[in-house]
Ligand binder design. Structure first.
Ligand code: MLT
Length: 328
């Protein structure tokens, strides 16, 4: 597909619509129309990539800054590649290499980047609310690439694209297993799937269950075997040990014995149930290798779908003619 064909296809899909927000901080701010727009545009980009093309110059002259203050493999490389495939200038700034190490506040670092005329600022930070705070300080569109325990919206979107490819628009019975309490991926997924009317379940030890999760429509189970029957999709959430989650279980070995997904457990779900994981997967702890390598495990497909989803988000935000107000 040539860039001209790609652009024509994108315009046809977009129908001159814009996302209702100039930042992407939380799934809470995504309307159902926004959601369908992002998925539709992502499908066009996916076709562009799978047809063998890599680069187009749709965002030539735009600047995208990846400002990652926490470790990342998948998310950072996929945001970076997305910007590069779109032809933008992409700057990668790691927390360890930024002036934050010398004592500059996150807000001041962001203002510096903004003064350089960044169009999109993609932020990952250990503090919940960091992306929201920045969004009010800069002119660039802010994309939340994971803030503390709060949210990771593009991770939920890429998973939804993957689920739609398998199940279409079906309302699914969806089971989370593991550390929902500390997981920002869970924070975005639960908001998203609640909007879509999924039947939501969570299997975890009591200490890893967020307070009030029932108010989000999530049915809680302590025994994974009780939660699995009837499920279409099972998402294993990593124990977020960098957020001290290890202190919330008696021993890792016991946790894994009770919640690690193995083939006999998966067999309790529906026959074609899919296995999901945001990565990094801790083999034999979250998922047995036999499950990770089984045909119904969509972990690799999720990683692949991260690229078109992030291209869609970056393209839709950077080409929105409405601009944020000067915040100072
Ligand atoms: C995240 O950044 O939250 C990851 O994608 C998921 C994880 O670290 O478990």
């Amino acid at each position: 597909m040539t860039t001209a064909n790609l652009l024509a296809e994108l315009k046809k899909t977009r129908k001159a619509k814009n996302l209702s927000n100039l930042d992407l901080i939380s799934v809470e701010n995504i309307t159902l129309d926004d959601l369908e727009l992002i998925l539709a545009v992502a499908r066009v980009f996916k076709k562009f990539i799978t047809d063998g093309a890599k680069k187009c110059d749709l965002l030539k002259g735009k600047t995208i800054v990846n400002f990652f203050n926490e470790n990342s493999t998948r998310t950072r490389s996929s945001f970076e590649l997305a910007g590069k495939h779109l032809g933008a200038d992409v700057i990668n700034l790691a927390g360890s290499a930024s002036s934050g190490k010398k004592g500059e506040t996150l807000g001041d670092s962001a203002r510096t980047l903004d003064a350089l005329n960044a169009d999109i600022l993609i932020i990952r930070d250990a503090n919940s609310g960091a992306a929201f705070q920045l969004s009010s300080l800069v002119r660039a569109s802010v994309v939340n690439a994971g803030d503390g325990w709060h949210e990771h919206p593009t991770q939920a979107l890429l998973e939804l694209l993957t689920l739609r490819e398998k199940f279409g628009n079906k309302k699914l019975t969806y089971l989370f297993v593991g550390d929902a309490l500390h997981s920002r991926v869970f924070g975005s997924q639960v908001r998203l799937y609640q909007k879509l009317g999924f039947e939501l379940r969570l299997a975890a030890p009591q200490t890893l269950i967020p307070k009030g999760v029932e108010n989000w429509g999530v049915k809680v189970f302590y025994k994974i075997e009780d939660a699995l029957p009837g499920c279409d999709a099972i998402h294993a959430i990593r124990l977020q040990t960098e957020r001290a989650a290890g202190k919330f279980v008696a021993t890792g070995r016991e946790y894994s014995k009770n919640y690690c997904l193995n083939l006999p457990r998966v067999a309790l779900a529906k026959k074609d149930a899919v296995i999901l994981h945001a990565g990094p997967v801790i083999r034999e702890f979250d998922l047995r290798t036999e499950v990770l390598e089984s045909p119904n495990c969509l972990v690799q497909q999720m990683v692949e779908n991260g690229l078109p989803i992030r291209m869609a988000v970056e393209w839709l935000l950077a080409t929105n003619k409405t601009k944020k107000k000067q915040p100072w």
